[in-house]
Design a protein around this ligand. Structure first.
Ligand code: ACO
Length: 326
């Protein structure tokens, strides 16, 4: 069986930086509250007219360049997103057109903050069964468009961005070793966007109810996130006969510094094993892991043979981990 190896990474974040100090002028909050509760200092916000497919295409081009793979070689594009350009067609199809990946089939995958890990799993399985040779897996979000800028409980947490990887079918020991996915729909009301799907279509329920905005019960999400992120990481390690100390780089979904520190503590990970950049981007949902991966990869922080773990949790609830030998 061929393995899916990550042969290129890319990322793109919008130019505009929104600091905590600027948020102090929009809602009743403080830089001190945001930093101590979340670790976030600033986040990127997409410009008017800038769409999720634009961010995704930029990240994809970078990943293709690093991989030395042309767009025409790509067989599959999967975009993990909950803020696509349209409800449909898929943002992945728009990315396909933008980058000229003429041969690829393309679709979006909705798993909220776990979107990248779920999309990675889908592409890896296509490679392992021999159906395809090369895939682009992208996490891309413009959460600023579904955030209620009058709700201090949520608006301080999120940001916009995109990250991408190119997967290639290769012989040998390097590549994605395993993926582990879970969902529990009984928690859906703790984190969701009510409008504008079939339950609350745009023409039936008005903006008064603010149904277009993301809603979250933060402290409930926090508790379940810590538990599930820990359990699925342990599951991935046990499956591969590894222990926490075997991980060279743990790249979790960048939800909140306190969540990540709690998970790292439960897994007995040292600070130097855990990559955290939530300070500068906030929670970019499905984009956070591939943005962090690209950042550390471009900084020369990953050596061939290193063991990486991606660990994600999000609305649904969904959660999942992937173990990778670089
Ligand atoms: N500024 C100032 N005060 C605030 C703010 C703010 N931005 N937001 C909330 N508060 C207030 C609340 O109103 C509340 O005040 P009250 O006691 O007078 O009612 C008080 O702070 C405490 O609120 P809590 O919600 O209990 O605060 P908590 O310590 O739980 O922190 C937070 C809130 C940061 C949202 C936390 O629960 C959290 O990080 N949860 C995880 C949620 C998350 O990361 N979701 C992302 C999506 S899922 C994922 O990616 C894992």
């Amino acid at each position: 069986m061929k393995r899916a190896r990550i042969v290129g990474t890319g990322s793109y974040v919008p130019q505009h930086i929104l600091t905590n100090q600027e948020l102090e002028k929009k809602v009743e909050t403080s830089d001190e509250w945001i930093r101590t509760r979340t670790g976030i200092r600033e986040r990127r916000i997409a410009a008017e007219g800038e769409c999720t497919s634009d961010l995704a295409a930029q990240a994809a081009r970078q990943a293709l360049t690093m991989a030395g793979v042309s767009p025409e070689e790509i067989d599959l594009i999967v975009v993990g997103t909950i803020t696509g350009d349209f409800p449909w067609p898929a943002t992945a199809c728009l990315v396909q057109e933008k980058i000229g990946a003429k041969r690829a089939f393309a679709y979006d995958l909705s798993a909220a903050c776990s979107g990248f890990v779920f999309a990675l799993d889908a592409a890896v399985k296509q490679i392992q069964c021999g159906a395809i040779n090369k895939a682009l897996v992208i996490g891309a979000e413009i959460l600023s468009r579904i955030v209620d800028w009058e709700d201090r409980n949520t608006c301080v947490l999120f940001g916009d961005g995109a990250g991408a990887v190119v997967l290639s079918a290769e012989e040998g020991d390097h590549g994605v070793l395993s993926t582990h996915l879970h969902s529990d729909g009984s928690y859906w009301e703790l984190l969701y966007q009510a409008g504008f799907g079939a339950r609350h279509p745009a023409n039936a329920r008005g903006l008064d109810e603010r149904v277009q905005f993301l809603k979250m019960q933060g402290n409930e999400v926090f508790k379940v996130a810590v538990r599930m992120l820990t359990e699925v990481a342990q599951e991935a390690l046990a499956h591969n006969g590894m222990e926490c100390q075997d991980i060279d780089l743990f790249i979790p979904h960048q939800a909140n510094r306190r969540i990540l520190e709690a998970v790292a503590k439960r897994l007995h990970l040292r600070d130097d094993q855990v990559y955290i950049n939530v300070d500068y981007y906030g929670n970019t949902s499905g984009a956070s892991i591939p943005i962090a991966l690209d950042e550390v990869n471009r900084a020369g922080g990953i050596k061939p043979g290193d063991i990486l773990m991606f660990d994600a949790f999000g609305g649904g609830f969904t959660w999942g981990a992937a173990l990778v030998r670089w």
